[in-house]
Design a protein around this ligand. Structure first.
Ligand code: SF4
Length: 327
């Protein structure tokens, strides 16, 4: 490996190569599930930052449908997703179906089984990744996933968002961090791979508190993580709170964010794969588009530009993932 190839962190691509022996492309699908923080069982307004439309690809929904939860059959979504991605990932032949929208373990067991199996029965799908809330899993769901994991790759990806109860309460998450700890442990005990999603920049959290989250997560049997900067999206409770001046959020400059992420990576266990460092939502969904990162010529900074910047900064520092834990 040349010095330029040394990206200084454990990439998700390397993790998937270890797990599945080669490149496998993720395909987002929307299985039509809902969310207990939206349907009234935990809450009705959702988490304050959530606008699910912002991250559901268009191929998941029928053209004339106004109701989001009416979705196309999963096998059709997978076929369309493969065609949709083919221009970009020409070499992709193997896929993981990513149950992304809303809470994908929030339905009766037989419905979950049917939806997961529909994806797994597609000839080009080798496994499933299930995004969900920590309070939407139990022993029975884990037993089902463990059964499926005997023949396929299965991973559960939890929306952790914050390790602090005060923050989780502030963003109306509807569960505490103890639920996250419990869900991650339950998943690992069933032999199922487990990832998480963490937001940096949630209201009220200091830089030190965000960095301390790396150590909190290090203590859990987590195999991968996605980091996102807080983005204020249109049609969210958060956008209203910011507009009315009820809440102050810190908008990172790109340089500040890269510095924070590099510090975080230095504190993170070096066997936790990092899938992404930042989120990217189409400008039409941004409530504060002026705060989006741009190049000097006005172009938006694209998500794929962030990882090389993290690598460059770690190389400049002479550090890497887990560096601060070895000192
Ligand atoms: S972020 Fe997830 S848990 Fe929160 S309201 Fe949206 S779908 Fe539900």
């Amino acid at each position: 490996m040349s010095a330029e190839d040394d990206i200084r962190y454990f990439s998700y691509a390397a993790f998937i190569r270890q797990k599945l022996g080669g490149r496998v492309q993720k395909l987002s699908i929307d299985a039509g599930f809902t969310c207990p923080n939206r349907d009234g069982s935990k809450g009705s307004g959702g988490c304050t930052f959530c606008n699910n439309n912002a991250f559901s690809p268009s191929y998941c929904h029928g053209e004339s449908q106004q109701v989001l939860r009416e979705v196309k059959p999963i096998s059709q979504q997978i076929d369309e997703g493969i065609r949709f991605h083919q221009w970009r990932y020409r070499k992709a032949r193997r896929y993981l179906a990513y149950f992304q929208a809303y809470s994908n373990t929030y339905a009766p067991l037989e419905v979950l089984k049917q939806r997961y199996e529909e994806a797994l029965n597609h000839p080009q799908v080798e496994g499933i990744i299930i995004g969900t809330r920590p309070d939407c899993v139990d022993e029975k769901i884990m037993d089902l996933l463990a059964q499926l994991a005997k023949q396929h790759y299965v991973m559960v990806e939890y929306g952790i968002e914050s390790c602090y109860d005060q923050t989780l309460h502030r963003v109306r998450r509807g569960h505490d961090f103890a639920a996250t700890r419990q869900a991650i442990r339950l998943t690992a005990e069933h032999g199922i791979a487990c990832g998480g999603h963490l937001i940096l920049g949630l209201p009220g959290e200091s830089r030190e508190e965000m960095l301390a989250e790396a150590e909190i997560l290090n203590a859990l049997p987590l195999e991968s993580i996605k980091l996102h900067q807080l983005q204020v999206l249109k049609n969210t409770l958060l956008a209203g709170e910011v507009e009315r001046g009820e809440i102050k959020i810190h908008s990172f400059t790109l340089t500040e964010y890269i510095s924070l992420v590099c510090d975080f990576v230095e504190h993170l266990r070096n066997d936790i794969a990092i899938e992404r460092f930042a989120g990217e939502v189409p400008p039409r969904y941004q409530a504060l588009p002026d705060r989006a990162w741009r190049h000097e010529d006005g172009r938006y900074v694209r998500n794929e530009e962030i990882a090389p910047l993290v690598t460059q900064e770690l190389q400049r520092r002479g550090t890497r993932q887990g560096y601060a834990r070895q000192k």
